[in-house]
Design a protein around this ligand. Sequence first.
Ligand SMILES: [Fe+2]
Length: 393
Amino acid sequence: METIEPFVFARMPEIHFGPGKIRQLPNLIAQKGRKVLLVTGAKSFLRSPHYDQLTSSLAENGVAIDHVSVSGEPSPRFVDDTVARLRGTVDCVAAIGGGSVVDAGKAISAMLLQEGSVTAFLEGMETRKHDGRKVPFIAVPTSSGTGAESTKNAVLSDIGPDGYKSSLRHDAFVPDIALVDPELILTCPPDVTAACGLDALTQLIEAYVSTKASPITDALAESGLIRAASGFLAAFEQGATNREARSDMAYAALISGAVLANAGLGVVHGFAGPIGGFHEIPHGVVCGTLVGAATRAVVDALISDTGRYHAALHKYARAGALLTGRTTGDVVGDSRLLVETLETWIERTRIPRLGQFGVRETDLDKILDKSNNKNAPVQLSREQMTGVLRSRL
Ligand SMILES: [Fe+2]
């Protein structure tokens, strides 16, 4: 067994997981204060019976409500405008929605006790250091993907030719509470379910093989992979009725956030920032479309130097065995099993290609200039990275 390398595991939210947990949300909010800001998406949760139940129950608990809805990925301007309107008036922020909604709520909660624009704190362009003071934040995911309910960063986007995606990040931004109710996810449509599920899966795999992984993140990632193995296709094919599959994927996503927050990510997410900044493509689609080709490239690079990279290859092999429930009996074979499974799932769920969102061969250099391997166990060359992108145009 290998020596444990030094590591940090920051923190987890208080987790309330299970069908029907949404009914506990008013009480959890009431424990945080008398005025809540509800952050939701533009459509589905507002139309569901849960929204009316939530607002009337909050009223019964004597909690006043403000509300803001998010469409698309949150921009720094959206956060600044919301905070300017509400600063000093809110005791708690509760975000109920997909990854973008949770990120929006997380950023708003992080800015309500600060002065000035959120852009001053964004990674890569920061001019100020955040002190971690924020308003209590509750995350309630309605899709199973980014794991934003257990991460310490909020991704903000300014999409366009000079666009960017950048994170507001601090250990204190891990949500105080993650309320994960698989019943809220039953209505998530199949294409979103598949893309988000592959994002969660990418996060589990990338954190598992990361150079920053620890025995804690390894154990968590393995438990997430086991659940993704049983839930991924079933959630895509029978998402409206299969509660078990929704639970499995909700757990996998929650854990993917916890492990990425503490072990980092790899080459797929190294591409996702710049691609998402330049082009309007959902994050889950970017990750879902690239994870097969990127994992193949990394595994091939590891196999070509098994002496040096044996430990990392062993982890890819273990991931392959966990995801398929079988083994070929050797490390190279099981690593390839992982790649083949990912590629099969991508094809079966018909994840779109980058070209369908307008990414062209002529865009690749610009994307590659801003991409990196993050904490991947091997550094792919520019040529290898070009090959990954080109294979999914
Ligand atoms: Fe992701």
